[in-house]
Design a protein. Structure first.
Length: 174
């Protein structure tokens, strides 16, 4: 269902740039690039700390290696965002609360007004799955929203309550 929501968001926003943390094997990056093909606009920059096998090649995808919250990666991201709008960000790397919170702080300034900062797997730590996971994405979102009033949870993106990201579709309002 979340992939369906992603294609709706891409169709609606027509983002110039999608930044994804947590590439893994590159399947979601390829999916996002393919949707950009369908709408005739946008590209994907995806970040991971390691390369896992042969990743899909696509002219709309740029792969970056490193920690999503490192200054080295941000030096590579900054030129990519220059003059781009809208910018959509999807966070799906290390799901520990501290890391997700660092990603939220790092990438929230890059999200353009009216676009989204999507935090994946907010269902962890008993929300409702893996109750023993420990503080993770949901707890990071809660803390982030307490001090970032320009983002709100867009519950309209939780269609039929079928999502791995409950409370994780954060829309930038200002």
């Amino acid at each position: 269902m979340d992939l369906w929501l992603y294609q709706e968001i891409i169709h609606e926003l027509r983002p110039s740039l999608i930044i994804e943390s947590g590439t893994a094997f590159g399947g979601s990056a390829l999916y996002l690039a393919s949707i950009c093909d369908l709408v005739g606009h946008g590209r994907v920059v995806t970040i991971d700390i390691e390369v896992r096998g042969e990743r899909p090649k696509h002219p709309r995808i740029t792969y970056l290696r490193g920690s999503s919250v490192s200054e080295e990666v941000m030096k590579q991201i900054r030129p990519e965002v220059e003059g781009q709008s809208p910018i959509l960000v999807i966070l799906d790397s290390d799901h520990r609360k501290e890391h997700v919170l660092a990603e939220l702080e790092t990438f929230s300034p890059l999200v353009t007004k009216g676009s989204y900062l999507i935090v994946e797997d907010t269902n962890l730590n008993g929300h409702p799955v893996e109750p023993d996971f420990g503080p993770g994405p949901a707890e990071a979102v809660e803390e982030f929203l307490a001090s970032h009033k320009n983002f709100t949870v867009d519950k309209t993106k939780e269609k039929l309550y079928l999502t791995f990201n409950p409370g994780g579709y954060l829309k930038k309002n200002g």
